[in-house]
Design a protein around this ligand. Structure first.
Ligand code: 5AD
Ligand code: SF4
Length: 442
C-alpha cells in the first residue's frame, strides 16, 4: 500500500512554494497526500524563523505531532526549512520523536532520508546551505487553483540587521531563465492563469547577466498567462527598466510591494536598508508616475532597537505622504545571530504595541481612501473563488491586488471580467459585472 504524508506550512510564500516542491518529490517517491494528519505515515512541517512568534507556533505544533506519534510510533516526523538550523541541536538533545531535520537547501535528500529512517537509522539531519541549489529541474506538485508560485531565486545577500533570512536561507542565487519559462509553461498547461515570481529579493535576479526586467519581459510574452505578479522586491534594486516593462505589458499586474520598514534615516541606516527616507519617497512617486493607478503595499517594523518617538513619527509621516494601499506591520522581534540583536536600547513591549496600533490605524484610513478612489470606476477582475459571505457571489482581485466581491452572473472562476466598483468597505471592494459593450461605451 502507498505511504501517505501530511505537510504543514508556516511563514512566507517562499515556504508555500518550497512545500509544493517537497510534495512533488514525495509524489515521485510514491507517497500520496493525506488530508487527515492522524492517518499520515509521515508529517512534515515547513518552518519559519523570521519572528519569535512564528517559531513559537512551530514549537507548539511539534508537541501536538508528538502526541499523534504516540498512537502511531512508526510515523516519521520531519522538520523542514528556516528553523532547521536552529532546531538541530534542540532536536538532537530534547526532541527524540523528530526523525528528520532538513534545511532549505537539502530537500533533494528527503527521499533517501525517509528510506534510511524506515530502516531505523539514527536521526537524520542536513542543514548545510548551498551556493548553487535552485531546484532547477524539480517540478513542484501544486494544489489546484488560480495562481502558481514560481521561485526564481533563493537566499538573500542584503543582510538587513534585523533579519534572519540571510542566515537561514543562505546566499543569493538565481535560477536559469529557461527553467523559469518552462515552469510557467507547465503551470499554464496545468490550468493556472496567474503566476507569481517569488524570491527573497526578486529584483536582484541575475542569471548569466540577465536581469529581472528581462525575465519579466520573457514571461510576459508567454501565451496563456492572464496575470503575472512578483514578490518581494527590494527598493534598492527597483530600476526604471522594471517599471517600464511593467507599463508595457498588460498581463504584468500594476502592483508593487515596496517594503519601507522605517521612515527615519538613522533607523534605516541602523537597519542597513541602503536607502534614505527621501529616496524611498522619490521611488514611490516614480512608480505612481510610470504606472498610474498602481497598488503599492509595504512592510513596516515598529520598535527597532533605539527607535525613539520622534523617529517613529517619521514612519507615520512617510505613510501619510505615500498613502500605501496596504501594509504588513510588525513589532520588531529580536533574532539571535543577527546584528540588531546585539544593539542596545531595546524598545519596551508596551511601546512597541502602542506604535503598532498607531501604524495599523493610519494604514486603515489609507486603505479605505485608496479603495474609495476606485468607486465608480471599472476594473478588470480575475475571478478567484466563491465569496466567504455568500454562495451567490464571487471574490476576485483587481490588477492592483484589491479584493472585489460581486454577484456571480454567468462568469466562471479564472475569467477576467470588467467589474464596476460600487462601494468600498473595510479592506474589500464591492461591485457588479458590466457588459463589455457598456465598458466600451464608458
Ligand atoms: N522583526 C520584525 N519583523 C521582521 N521582518 C523581518 N525580520 C523581522 C524581525 N526580526 C519583517 C520585515 C520583512 C518582512 C518579511 O518581515 O518587514 O520585510
Ligand atoms: Fe531579510 Fe532584508 Fe533580505 Fe528581506 S532584504 S530577506 S528583510 S535581509
Amino acid at each position: 500500500m502507498n505511504k501517505s504524508y501530511y505537510i504543514e506550512t508556516y511563514g512566507c510564500q517562499m515556504n508555500v512554494a518550497d512545500s509544493e516542491l517537497v510534495s512533488g518529490l514525495l509524489t515521485r517517491e510514491g507517497y500520496t497526500e493525506s488530508k487527515d494528519i492522524h492517518d499520515a505515515d509521515a508529517i512534515f512541517v515547513n518552518t519559519c524563523a523570521i519572528r519569535e512568534h512564528a517559531e513559537d507556533k512551530v514549537h507548539s505544533r511539534l508537541g501536538y505531532y508528538q502526541q499523534i506519534k504516540k498512537k502511531n510510533p512508526g510515523m516519521i516526523i520531519g522538520v523542514l526549512g528556516c528553523m532547521a538550523q536552529n532546531l538541530k541541536d534542540d532536536i538532537l538533545e530534547s526532541k527524540p520523536y523528530v526523525d528528520i531535520v532538513l534545511g532549505p537547501d537539502s530537500y533533494r535528500r528527503l527521499s533517501e532520508m525517509i528510506r534510511e529512517r524506515n530502516g531505523e537509522s539514527d536521526h537524520l539531519v542536513d542543514t548545510k546551505l548551498s551556493r548553487f541549489e535552485v531546484y532547477d529541474d524539480m517540478f513542484p506538485s501544486r494544489s489546484e487553483g488560480i495562481n502558481a508560485w514560481i521561485s526564481i531565486m533563493r537566499g538573500c545577500d542584503k543582510f538587513c540587521t534585523f533579519c534572519i533570512v540571510p542566515f537561514t536561507r543562505g546566499r543569493e542565487r538565481s535560477r536559469s531563465l529557461n527553467s523559469i519559462v518552462d515552469e510557467a509553461a507547465k503551470a499554464v498547461a496545468d490550468g493556472f492563469v496567474e503566476i507569481t515570481l517569488l524570491g527573497q529579493n526578486v529584483n536582484s535576479y541575475n542569471y548569466d547577466g540577465l536581469g529581472f526586467h528581462e525575465l519579466l519581459e520573457a514571461v510576459a510574452q508567454f501565451p496563456g498567462l492572464k496575470r503575472i505578479r512578483y514578490t518581494s522586491p527590494h527598493p534598492q534594486d527597483m530600476t526604471q527598466e522594471v517599471l517600464d516593462v511593467m507599463a508595457k505589458h498588460e498581463n504584468i499586474c500594476n502592483y508593487v510591494h515596496l517594503p519601507l520598514q522605517a521612515g527615519n534615516d538613522r533607523v534605516l541606516k541602523q537597519m542597513n536598508r541602503t536607502y534614505t527616507k527621501k529616496e524611498f519617497i522619490t521611488l514611490a512617486n516614480k512608480i505612481r508616475k510610470t504606472l498610474p493607478g498602481a497598488g503599492i503595499s509595504t512592510d513596516i517594523i515598529v520598535g527597532f532597537p533605539g527607535e525613539n518617538e520622534a523617529e517613529f513619527q517619521e514612519t507615520i509621516e512617510v505613510m501619510e505622504m505615500i498613502k500605501f494601499d496596504s501594509a504588513f506591520t510588525f513589532k520588531y522581534s529580536s533574532r539571535p545571530g543577527t546584528k540588531a540583536a546585539e544593539f542596545e536600547d531595546h524598545v519596551s513591549e508596551s511601546e512597541k504595541q502602542n506604535r503598532l496600533e498607531r501604524v495599523i490605524e493610519t494604514q486603515k484610513q489609507h486603505t479605505l481612501l485608496r479603495n474609495k478612489e476606485l468607486v465608480g470606476r471599472t476594473e478588470l477582475v480575475l475571478v478567484e473563488k466563491e465569496s466567504k459571505r455568500s454562495s451567490d457571489q464571487w471574490a476576485g482581485r483587481t490588477d492592483s491586488n484589491k479584493l472585489v466581491i460581486f454577484d456571480k452572473g454567468d462568469v466562471q472562476v479564472k475569467d477576467l471580467v470588467p467589474v464596476r466598483i460600487k462601494d468600498a468597505r473595510g479592506i474589500s471592494l464591492h461591485g457588479e459585472i458590466i457588459q463589455i459593450q457598456e465598458m466600451e461605451g464608458a
